[in-house]
Design a protein around this ligand. Structure first.
Ligand code: SF4
Length: 96
């Protein structure tokens, strides 16, 4: 590899790395957005951050995603948003 080629290679690698890092940050920021109570979908599904239905919450709903033990987690009903583990909505389905 000539010096010029090596320099070009490092330039491309550094650019790619920065691009990937920034991409990751924006993806994480997007995924970390909590569902707002005035979100039209949340209102339609009567979503609340704190369940008032005994024995039902997002943490024991079959549509919850992500890892157990997280306070805020992705949900199949709200793509790209996070719901409260203690939350609830009308789409609640018993975890199987
Ligand atoms: S479907 Fe509703 S109850 Fe189930 S995890 Fe999502 S927001 Fe919570």
């Amino acid at each position: 590899m000539s010096n010029v080629n090596r320099r070009s290679f490092f330039k491309i690698s550094a650019g790619t790395l920065i691009g990937m890092t920034l991409g990751g940050v924006s993806l994480r920021a997007f995924a970390a957005e909590k569902v707002k109570l005035d979100d039209p979908m949340a209102a339609a599904m009567r979503y609340t951050h704190k369940s008032e239905v005994e024995g039902q919450n997002c943490g024991n709903c079959n549509l919850i995603q992500g890892e157990d033990g997280q306070e805020w987690r992705p949900c199949a009903i709200f793509p790209g948003k996070l719901v409260a583990n203690e939350g609830w909505c009308a789409a609640w389905v018993k975890k199987v």
